[in-house]
Design a protein. Sequence first.
Length: 545
Amino acid sequence: MSSYQEFEDENVASEVDLVVSAYPVQDDGLDEELLSADQTSQQYQEVQIPEVVKNFILFFHRNILENNVYELHSIYEHTFNKLTEKFYAKESWPEPEAISPLVNDDQVFLTLYRELYYRHIYSRLQPTIEHRFHSYENYCDLFNYILNSDGPVALELPNQWLWDIIDEFIYQFQSFCNFRNRIKNKSEEELALLRDNPQIWSCYSVLNVLYSLIQKSRITEQLLVSKNGGDLLEAAGEYGSRPLYKMLGYFSIVGLLRVHCLLGDFTLALKMMDNIELNKKQALFARVTACHVTTYYYVGFAYMMMRRYADAIKAFSHILVFINRTKQYHTRSYQHDQINKKGDQMYALLAMCVTLCPTRLDENIHSQLREKYAEQSNKMARPDEALAVFEDLFMFACPKFISPNGPNLDDPNVLSTTPFEPVQRYSKIFMNDVQHSLLLPTLRSYLKLYSTMGVDKLASFLEIDSEQLRQLLMVAKTRSRQVKWVQGTLLEGEMTATSDLDFCLKGEMIHISESKVGRRYGDWFLRNISKFQDILAGLELTVKA
């Protein structure tokens, strides 16, 4: 199989525009009102398709038919994005009906093309309510084809595309929930469409798709056999032995981790990961960088909301080290900006967790954290400024939570009601926990200076009375011990001391003990030797040049 570049060189001498008449939108199950509005703008309009794009569609279609995963990976990762930048940076790709004659009305290919078409609209343009509805219908067609065909479908796609299908499906669900929740600027026609189509992007249908993919692929059974031993082929079954079903099922587990976090059920979110070993180097989620980053982001965030700050710090630190080590690869990825943004969010979450649970970090992570959030970290240690900084960082770094139920559109006063904002709700929950910890950094700084100290003396330093100090000491004592993951599932753990500072109260005296962790000089020397060797190699190249 020749590459697309060879295909293009052979078939494209110049970019001659081809005029193709678009067909009317086919009936996809939406209300007649929506269809008529959509047909009015699309029926019989002419679409200009550059010759190079036409040839790309033909080449793309041929590789889909041949299940050439290697070539499809290049098409998906590189060629599609290059053509997008060249021709469709500020407009949508040709409508699926316009390219239908080029691919002999191949409905499977057109469904896959629509997935890319609507995703491009979401990422580069502003989707209309019709786009949102039609994209949902297209996902229904795609998943019905995969799940309800007679036997496994003869389709193979790259892992990156399979992950992006699940990821984009959840993103568009999240986007629709927020769109539906903000009703003040909606027209009567939009409200009527939302009122008459409650099944569109319903929480039940999204969860049903993800759980159905897990069940059809038997991925849970496969992961159990992989962990405990057994016959993997028998566990996989007819569907799970196909890469398409196996990877969609696996990515659906990570997708459910994300969905349950968005819905605020952090325990169930971690429960979904019971059979996935995060510390396994060959884990399937590590095959796709975006999936790897997403997994640790939501695991770390779920731990943080469950007040297991030590585990959250461990999760964030692990993935941030990974991002730093593979930064060179990310610059070549079309998801470079998304990964960097997610990294910045995790640094913000890490800064909050370290303030609430002081922990020694990897030297590189610590230097990056100081570079990005040194000012905010200092303010979070001051009781008078901490609340505002915590709230700002949380609002920046948290997922955009959703409400599974939209507003009551049958209420005649619905336009005047204040929309329910789930993000504000979970921000308030987190801030209530922070409220009780405002004085802990100051208390800790004083305790580190003494081995014994009177209660009255420390209370005068903190400018509170003795009774308040005793309560604060109890809070500090409680926060110094957390459930920490050791082995087993992510929800399991042992009650462990997470602070290097311990104390006890005897009468009116506080007895303090600090366990100092020695510096790892070996690691420090190895890192600097490696840096020195890189500098020498750079100098040698410069001299040779």
